[in-house]
Design a protein around this ligand. Structure first.
Ligand code: ZN
Length: 335
């Protein structure tokens, strides 16, 4: 059967995109073409050196599929996760049409199947796993204002060990049991705001200086994928981070986008906070708060900003013609 080539051959979420397997299936999207080009260059170079192996031994691949089966990952699921056709995986495992299992397979097939790992829940407590997601979760909780010592008390490891994992993570590995505990703790804590005390502010400030990002930055990307990058600016543009709004209204240093500022002002007024109190908490000028209040349908009642309550870092912008820029002292939190 001839292969039909096109950009619509594979579903958009097909895992084969960006791999030679995608191109082999007929996809000519930029990712698949690039993978094919890289592969062809590699092949030509290897052939020039007389080292070209278009086929590899299927035995280690077969062993890996059997190993995955022990962790409750069936061969059909292996095919799906690896982005390899089911028939190919079945042929490696059992053979086809009464023939014995395949002795060899394509190198990209082997690579894709060997890269499939069982899910965290299927592993025993002491199996070592990649620590990427664990480290990111812990750092995100610190960025939210959870001190490492507190996290240590909630986890089945000494807080010195937790600190080591968070700060340096020298091995790049953690036990599956620890990874599960951190994942569950993150589920529990990532949507709650810790109390506003200096201990928590210190943790958040420390994280900001390290460039650690809060959970929000990981909402739309896979936190366990080592290739994924946090969405720091993007997420802040149009989302309203409820936690940031609440923190802002409590006077904590947070970077709020325009929508969050508007939400915070509206909410503060609804709670009976004065404009001065809102301006002080959010570190905005009185005129900015007035403008946002009017947008929210709350006309000005001739209040004047009270310097005494707005804090020493508040920018003095009384003209009302320009929006004040964010407090420069907060730029360390924006990282
Ligand atoms: Zn593709």
């Amino acid at each position: 059967m001839p292969i039909r080539y096109g950009t619509d051959v594979l579903a958009p979420d097909d895992p084969r995109h960006g791999k030679v397997a995608g191109y082999s299936a007929g996809c000519i999207c930029s990712g698949c073409r690039k993978a094919k080009t890289v592969y062809e260059k590699h092949r030509i170079r290897q052939q020039a050196y007389g080292r070209w192996h278009p086929w590899v031994d299927a035995e280690p691949v077969r062993a890996h599929i059997r190993q995955l089966a022990k962790h409750n990952v069936g061969w059909e699921q292996v095919a799906r996760l690896a982005g390899v056709a089911e028939g190919t995986v079945r042929n490696i495992l059992r053979g086809r049409g009464g023939r014995p299992p395949a002795r060899r397979c394509r190198p990209w097939t082997a690579e894709a199947i060997l890269a499939v790992q069982p899910t965290l829940d299927d592993l025993s407590d002491y199996t070592m796993v990649d620590s990427t997601g664990t480290v990111r979760r812990l750092r995100a909780l610190v960025a939210l204002g959870r001190p490492m010592e507190h996290l240590g008390r909630m986890l089945p490891l000494s807080h010195e060990h937790v600190r080591t994992v968070i700060r340096r993570n020298p091995s790049g590995l953690v036990t599956a049991g620890f990874a599960r505990a951190v994942r569950d703790l993150y589920e529990q804590l990532s949507m709650t705001v810790p109390p506003d005390t200096w201990v928590h502010r210190r943790a958040a400030n420390f994280a900001a200086r390290q460039g650690w990002v809060p959970p929000l930055a990981w909402d739309d990307v896979d936190i366990d994928d080592p290739q994924a990058t946090p969405q720091v600016g993007k997420a802040a543009d149009d989302h309203v981070d409820e936690i940031a709004v609440e923190r802002g209204l409590r006077g904590q240093r947070v970077q709020l986008n325009e929508r969050e500022k508007a939400t915070a002002v509206k909410r503060g007024l609804a709670r009976g906070m004065s404009r001065n109190a809102i301006a002080a908490a959010l570190r905005l000028s009185g005129s900015k708060v007035s403008a946002l209040a009017e947008e929210a349908g709350q006309p000005d009642t001739a209040e004047t900003p009270d310097q005494a309550t707005t804090g020493r870092r508040r920018q003095r912008s009384h003209t009302g013609t320009t929006c004040p820029s964010p407090d420069p002292a907060r730029s360390d939190v924006a990282a």
